[in-house]
Design a protein around this ligand. Structure first.
Ligand code: HEC
Ligand code: HEC
Ligand code: HEC
Ligand code: HEC
Ligand code: HEC
Length: 451
């Protein structure tokens, strides 16, 4: 049998098949197939969604999703990591960042990679992870590196179906359909699990951490998805694992009927820096509220005569490890100070130096990646292995033993603090150009014990 393609375009294929001298003509038509390239004009600006969903828009505006493309920390780090690479495997990874940070761009053909001229990014794509991207997601084809399958409508004249949590929505403008996927962690997880595109190293593992945690309970009543914490948060309601997560009654549009719960769209994690740079005053505060309700700390002085201090940190509030996400860049560390009865400082650890860097002997909870030969690396594009990961898993505790140079005198005060900042200063200092401003430090937990 011989098949000849006589004609094809995206709507029509004409084949000629010749079997034992008998020729048959096949005509195959495609109306709208999932494989078909999506055009940028098919996506609708979030400003249009705002016309009806104004409250949700205001929450999402200047969130880390809204800023995922514009975030200067991300954009400068991704350009920095791309520079000077020569190994094709490293280059492939360093070019791949746009897949999640500029998803509408990648979906519709530009940018394809970090080294493209990003100033030519179509305007709508510069708004990062946005309304019509998330709500056009139909299925998931892989559980990492953004495996969402997107089916937008055809622009404002034919907005298509928006998928969401309601099975009884009576929308106007667009159609609506219930999507179980949107109510589940895996929807978030496909972007919140990042694997090296060649080596497969788990660079970000938030979803996997959650999946293996007690929050992923078999009993649906006890299960708490990403949305169950992050889309219940609002100002003064951090909605963590250690605080109440009350429902948020309200309406999905400015004119719809009241519903028992409207999922909030602030998407606050721990970033206290970037939204404020874009003029958002509330999200940094919300991140602090979240961080202050994530962990507890305790101090055990029973081994002090052996010059040992045991500090235990418990993850009481996060549905994944602390820290999570870019866990090689984030810094969560122990600051311990011992002062004698006259308030004179004796032992100290975890104190920033004059360049705002942490001494190497500090207890830092983080992931360290290696080059495959046991050498620690800074550039994730070269990450072939995880050398160490001492982060605090969900609902678990980690005890760190601190060796003291001498036995502190009786009556001394031990102060232990668990501190957070979103970026290692050492990395920020390496990035050429205008220096980054000093990162605020958030006290996640504090405990004092007298010896
Ligand atoms: C003309 C007003 C209007 C505009 C513009 C609009 N929507 Fe809606 N939308 C509605 C109404 C009304 C509902 C139903 C609310 C309800 O049932 O409580 C709705 C419901 C939804 C739902 C829930 C669907 C479900 O079944 O769970 C999603 C998701 C949604 N809209 C997304 C969007 C997005 C994304 C945009 C912009 C591309 C948008 N909407 C623009 C009016 C609008
Ligand atoms: C990161 C993806 C994401 C983005 C961006 C996003 N949403 Fe949602 N949205 C969701 C998810 C997930 C739910 C449902 C959560 C659940 O059921 O657990 C939801 C729920 C909704 C609903 C139902 C009402 C509610 O809030 O419970 C509407 C309407 C809606 N979104 C509109 C919007 C609009 C408008 C924007 C942009 C301003 C937007 N969404 C941006 C993921 C997103
Ligand atoms: C039980 C509540 C809870 C659940 C469930 C939860 N989180 Fe979190 N999340 C938190 C808390 C508390 C923090 C702040 C502490 C921290 O950074 O870990 C946080 C922080 C984050 C951060 C910022 C981390 C950083 O330091 O940069 C991201 C990203 C995040 N969560 C995503 C997710 C995703 C994705 C899921 C689902 C797979 C999820 N979360 C499930 C409570 C939760
Ligand atoms: C299309 C990919 C994508 C999807 C889907 C997605 N996210 Fe994200 N998310 C991102 C990116 C990219 C960032 C980081 C932006 C930055 O830091 O520049 C981010 C940031 C966040 C942050 C802020 C972290 C911080 O440090 O403060 C939270 C919280 C978060 N996402 C939660 C969620 C939740 C919950 C869902 C599911 C409802 C979800 N995300 C779905 C891509 C995605
Ligand atoms: C599979 C999706 C995905 C890909 C691909 C991806 N990221 Fe991200 N990125 C995220 C998510 C999700 C977060 C939020 C996690 C957090 O806040 O810790 C994030 C956060 C970041 C942050 C923190 C920004 C801040 O303001 O603190 C930096 C920096 C970053 N990514 C750099 C990169 C670089 C560089 C690449 C390419 C080598 C890349 N990302 C590829 C999903 C992705």
């Amino acid at each position: 049998m011989r098949i000849t393609i006589l004609y094809n375009n995206k709507y029509l294929n004409i084949f000629l098949s010749v079997v034992s001298g008998i020729a048959t003509l096949f005509v195959v038509t495609f109306t709208s197939s999932a494989q078909e390239a999506i055009h940028i004009d098919q996506f609708i600006s979030s400003d249009t969604c705002k016309d009806c969903h104004s409250e949700i828009f205001d929450q999402w505006e200047n969130s880390m999703h809204y800023l995922s493309h514009k975030d200067p920390v991300y954009s400068r780090i991704s350009q920095f990591l791309r520079k000077g690479l020569t190994d094709q495997n490293h280059i492939k990874e360093a070019e791949s960042c746009v897949k999640c940070h500029t998803p509408i761009g990648v979906e519709t053909g530009f940018p394809k990679k970090v080294s493209d001229d990003l100033s030519k990014t179509p305007k709508i794509a510069t708004f990062g992870v946005q309304c019509d991207y998330c709500h056009s997601a139909k299925t998931i084809k892989q559980m990492y590196n953004n495996g969402l399958v997107i089916q937008p409508g055809n622009g404002e004249d034919d907005p298509g179906i928006k998928y969401g949590p309601f099975d009884d929505a009576v929308p106007d403008f667009h159609e609506a359909e219930f999507s179980k996927m949107h109510t589940e962690s895996k929807f978030c997880g496909t972007c919140h699990d990042v694997k090296h595109v060649v080596f497969g190293t788990g660079l970000e593992t938030t979803y996997t951490e959650w999946k293996q945690s007690p929050y992923n309970a078999a009993d649906p009543e006890k299960k708490i998805n990403c949305q169950g914490c992050h889309m219940y948060q609002k100002p003064e309601i951090p909605a963590t694992g250690s605080t109440i997560r009350p429902e948020n009654p309200g309406t999905a549009t400015d004119y719809s009927d009241e519903r028992p719960h409207i999922f909030t769209h602030y998407f606050v994690g721990a970033n206290t820096v970037v939204p404020a740079q874009f003029g958002d005053k509330s999200k940094g505060k919300m991140a602090i509220e979240r961080l202050k309700n994530a962990a507890t700390i305790s101090v055990d002085t029973s081994k002090i005569n052996q010059k040992k201090l045991n500090i235990t940190v418990t993850n009481t509030g996060a549905g994944h490890s602390i820290p999570t996400g870019v866990a090689d860049l984030r810094q969560v560390w122990l600051e311990v100070t011992i002062k004698d009865k006259n308030n004179k400082t004796g032992f100290q650890t975890g104190i920033l130096n004059s360049r705002h860097e942490l001494p190497e002997d500090s207890v830092i909870f983080r992931t360290v990646f290696g080059d495959g030969n046991g050498n620690a690396i800074i550039n994730l594009a070269k990450a072939k292995e995880v050398l160490s990961d001492n982060r605090i898993k969900a609902k678990q505790s980690v005890t760190e033993t601190i060796d003291l140079p001498e036995i502190p005198e009786k009556g001394s005060m031990v102060t232990a603090r668990l501190l957070y900042r979103s970026m290692s200063r050492k990395i920020l200092n390496m990035i050429p150009g205008k220096p980054f401003e000093t990162q605020p430090i958030v006290e996640m937990a504090m405990k004092q014990n007298q010896i």
